[in-house]
Structures are given as C-alpha cells and as structure tokens.
Design a binder for this molecule. Structure first.
Ligand code: GLN
Length: 539
C-alpha cells in the first residue's frame, strides 16, 4: 500500500461544488504526466449502493464493467481519464457496515466489542488500500461524498486522518474543495465560510494541504493571503476554481493554477514531463468551434433532473465534438407526449433519443415518439427502455399485435414482446439483482450498428430485467425490424434496427456508459451524423 500515493478530496461549505469534476480534472493532469491514476468515491449514505435509489434522489446510477451500480461521479472519472472503474471505486457507509456486521455474525471479531473506531474505520481503510494493493496505480484519488461536518461522514474523515499515519506524510495529501461566495451588497468575496469548514477539518485532526476555492469571481491576492493565513495553507496552495463554460475546461483551468504541480511537490513525486493534454485541447477546439448544429430530443421520464441522464448528455457532448456539430439537446417529459401532440413537440427535431427507465409512467409517450420517428424517417436512438418501446410500437402498429406490451407494464398482455428474463423470475432481493455490467454482443455484418463500430464483436454494459421475447423474432425480422445484435452465449437480442429507415436503432445495453471525452461512442457519433444528414438533406 505504501508504494501508492493517496490523495483525498473533501468538500466544505455546501454540496454540489463539483468534487467529482475537480477530482477527475486532477486525475487527468496527473495521468497526462505519465502517472497511473484511479479515482474512488466514498459515499456516506446507508444504501449499500445507489442501485435502489430513485434517480430524483441521486441522479443517474452509473454501471461499471464488472456490474457495480455506482455514483454518477464514476462516470466523470471514466470519461475524463478514459479508464474503467470497478466495484472497488465506489463504497458506501451501507457497504462498510454490511461487511463489518457480516464478519461479526461469522464470529470473526473473536468476542471483541465491535465499534466505529477501530472496526468501521479499519473497514473503510481496507477499502481505500484495496486499490493501492493491486499495484496497478501510482496515485489513488479518493473523493469523500458530502460535506465535512456532516454527522454521517465522520467515520470517513476519521479514517482519512488515520491513513496519514499508515502511509506516512509524503504519501498522503488532502485537498479541500470549498466555496468563496461573493456578496453583492458588500461587493466582496467572503472567506469566512471556508475558514469555518477548515476549522471543522482541523477539529477532526486533518490539516488540508491544498484549498480549491470555487468562486464566481477571480480570487485576488489579498483574499488568497487571508485564506492562507487563517487556514494554515501555503499561498501557492490556494487554488482558484472559477465557474467554467464547460466542465471540460476544468483540467486546463487547474493546470493554469498549477494544481498538479502543487500535488507533485507535496507528494515528493518527480515533475517528469509537462502534462500531455494536446488531444484534450483538440477536443475542446472541436467542441467550441462547431461547423453545424442539430436539434435532438431526449424523451424521458426524469427530465426535470438532467443529472438522471448524465452519461447520455455527456455522450452527446463527446459525439457532437466528434462531428464538429453543436447538439441542442431538448429534454422532453415522456408523460407530456401523446399521438395528438407528437408532431407539434418533435416536429423541429433532427434526431430523437428515447431514454432508459423503469415502470409505467410516460410509456405511452415513449411509444408515440418511437412511432413518430419510424413513420417520419427521423433518426431514432432507443436505449434500453427506449429500445423496448420501439419494439412494442412496432409490434402494435406494424405486426398488428393489439395490446402488445412489456410484461413490466402489463403482466397479462396477450403479446409479451418484451418479457422478464428467465433468471429474473422468483427474485426476492431488488438490490444488485438486475442483469448488470458488461456482456458480449455479435453484430450482423453490414448492419448500421456494425458499420458504426467498425467491427462485429463488441462488449457493452447493461442494467435491465426485461428482454426481447425471441418467440417473436422471426415475425419482426420479416416485417423489417431486424435484430442485428445478439448475445452469442444466451441468444438475447441486444440491438434492433429498422430496415427501411435512414437511422433507427434500439440497444438493450447502455452505450452512453462507455463514451469518453477522447473516444466518443460510435453509436452516438453515427446518430448525430444521421441527424446532421436529416437536417441538411433537402438543402
Ligand atoms: N425497465 C426496463 C427493464 O428492466 C428497462 C431498464 C432500463 O431502461 N435501464 O428491462
């Protein structure tokens, strides 16, 4: 464990300051200097993982290759660094306690009284060192969810304090992300909230090494001096983090503020080369200088909270830049769409994406949307439930199967074109029991999907309980909705395409989870390209 360096990122004053983006940006800069970096998030809530949380509570649930249901910040880590994370990269209080209590029931504590310190903190540390012990990383960045001072984050903060002694001060660093608010009436930036939150850290025995200060305004030298003096941090380690035009500017802003250099110096790491961020800059160049523009609708159930679709929204940013195209994403609540108003709501759109989701609410709107896109020749991309809705729509309106449905929405449908997977029957536990994570898929040669990927064998991530009912496979194929992606081991349909349509694809998996800044997902790239072609076709 001592061969790796440990960086902790804590938050103060308020939540939503963007610890995930700062962690990912720092990770990117260190990686760009040649270090092997991973990022972990410790979440202080009691749920074992966010898989059972409503998206309104917690935003999107991000799924890793190994099928862990995790916090959406892991998506930022993967997208910025181009790495795969795993179950070990997201640990909650719930999991920590679950592990400790399970060990207690197994008699592993040999009669000892089991306590928060040392047993819970030991388990937290074990989960931190787990990543270091793989030998795969030079630097591990651990983001602590919530704010310092929260009751529930205390054991994590205490564990961080102890880690300093376990690994030694040269292998340990704390970055505190804080807010420096601007008071308009006084015309001043205020340092007091930061002073207070650093005091709380000090009370817990932690002296932050670096302050990253979120602010709407430039941090003048006198404010930096004040923060340095009161918070006991070197003035060069008071880092400004101004509101950025896009989250993808943040690595460059942190580079300008020399955050990476401060970190290397404190960790006694060689400064090696300058970070190689040329490709990143090229991406930003494409993002900020589009040569075309399209309108794309995202029809979903949770659109009031865009965080519920974080990875999809970011995949459009990557894919948009890849096409040098500005994607104006219009989020449309599926509940508001009907056969009557679909033309009015979607008439201006150059492409339509129907989002993943669960349950009955908004389903008829998604089906009406799928129908509209099919009939009008508008590029359509259905993801998971969005694919299932396309299948239901096709069954009802092309195959004439009245009442066709998914058994998720109607258990007694006469035509269950989407049905519960065999291994999902008789499950009692809801947490972590969906079909999760990466599975192989074989694409039909010559299909639009295979052309997009440029290969026939792919692996994509999943999160679902229902599947295409293969009983209907032949009928669909004959009528023009072709299953072009199949899991070679189970025969499960992964991708469907419409034959006589410019671009109409449904994927049972979640391509958005594998889109990266420097490697946009091929299906998003092609979908946006199809939207551009659609928009400019008659011009
Ligand atoms: N509710 C559907 C299922 O469980 C789709 C899930 C999803 O869109 N992630 O199969």
């Amino acid at each position: 464990m001592a061969s790796a360096k440990y960086i902790f990122v804590t938050g103060g004053v308020t939540s939503s300051l963007g610890k995930g983006i700062i962690s990912a940006s720092l990770g990117k800069l260190l990686q760009a200097r040649g270090f092997r970096v991973t990022i972990q998030k410790l979440d202080p809530y009691i749920n074992i993982d966010p898989g059972t949380l409503n998206p309104y509570e917690h935003g999107e649930c991000y799924v890793t290759e190994d099928g862990a249901e995790t916090d959406l910040d892991l998506g930022h880590y993967e997208r910025f660094l181009g790495i795969d994370t795993s179950q070990s990269n997201n640990v909650t209080t719930g999991r920590i306690y679950h592990n400790v209590i399970t060990a207690e029931r197994q008699g592993k504590f040999l009669g000892k009284t089991v306590q928060v310190v040392p047993h819970i903190t030991d388990e937290i540390k074990r989960n931190i060192f787990n990543l270091g012990e793989t030998g795969d990383y030079d630097i591990i960045i651990t983001e602590i969810g919530g704010c310092v001072g929260d009751i529930e984050s205390l054991p994590f903060i205490e564990a961080v304090r102890q880690v300093r002694w376990d690994v030694g001060p040269n292998n340990f660093l704390v970055i505190h992300l804080t807010l420096v608010p601007y008071l308009r009436s006084a015309g001043e930036l205020k340092t007091k909230p930061t002073q207070h939150s650093v005091k709380q850290l000090l009370e817990a025995g932690i002296q932050p090494d670096i302050l990253v200060c979120r602010s709407e305004h430039h941090l003048p030298n006198d404010i930096r001096k004040k923060l340095s003096l009161f918070c006991n941090v070197h003035i060069n380690s008071v880092i400004e983090a101004r509101d950025a035009e896009t989250i993808y500017d943040v690595p460059l802003l942190m580079r300008k503020e020399k955050l990476d250099e401060r970190v290397l110096t404190k960790l006694k790491l060689p400064h090696k080369n300058e970070p190689d961020i040329e490709q990143w800059k090229e991406f930003l160049g494409r993002l900020k200088n589009p040569t075309s523009e399209v309108n794309i609708a995202l029809v979903g159930k949770y659109v009031e909270l865009p965080d519920a679709y974080k990875s999809i929204i970011e995949a459009f940013v990557h894919g948009g830049a890849g096409n040098e195209c500005k994607v104006n994403l219009k989020l449309i609540p599926s509940e508001e769409v009907s056969e009557e108003n679909v033309q009015q709501l979607l008439g201006e759109m150059d492409g339509i994406l129907v989002a993943p989701g669960f349950g009955e609410r908004g389903i008829s709107g998604k089906i009406a949307t799928a129908c509209y896109a099919r009939e009008q020749g508008v590029p359509y991309f259905g993801i998971c439930l969005g694919m299932q809705c396309a299948v239901i729509e096709f069954a009802r309106n092309v195959l004439g199967l009245e009442g066709a449905n998914s058994t998720e929405m109607d258990a007694n449908t006469p035509h269950p074109v989407i049905a519960l997977m065999e291994d999902q029957k008789n499950l009692e536990m809801m947490g972590g029991t969906m079909r999760l994570g990466s599975y192989p898929c074989e694409l039909k040669k010559g299909s639009k999907a295979a052309n997009a990927y440029g290969k026939n064998k792919i692996k994509e991530r999943h999160r679902h309980r229902y599947e295409f009912n293969n009983k209907y496979l032949k009928d669909f194929e004959k009528a023009g909705m072709v299953p072009v992606g199949i899991n070679p081991e189970t025969g499960l349909v992964e991708v469907v395409e419409l034959k006589d349509h410019p671009w109409y694809i449904g994927a049972q998996y979640h391509p958005e989870l594998k889109s990266r800044v420097l490697e946009p997902h091929p299906l998003f790239l092609r979908f946006i390209k199809a939207a551009i072609d659609f928009k400019y076709k008659d011009k």
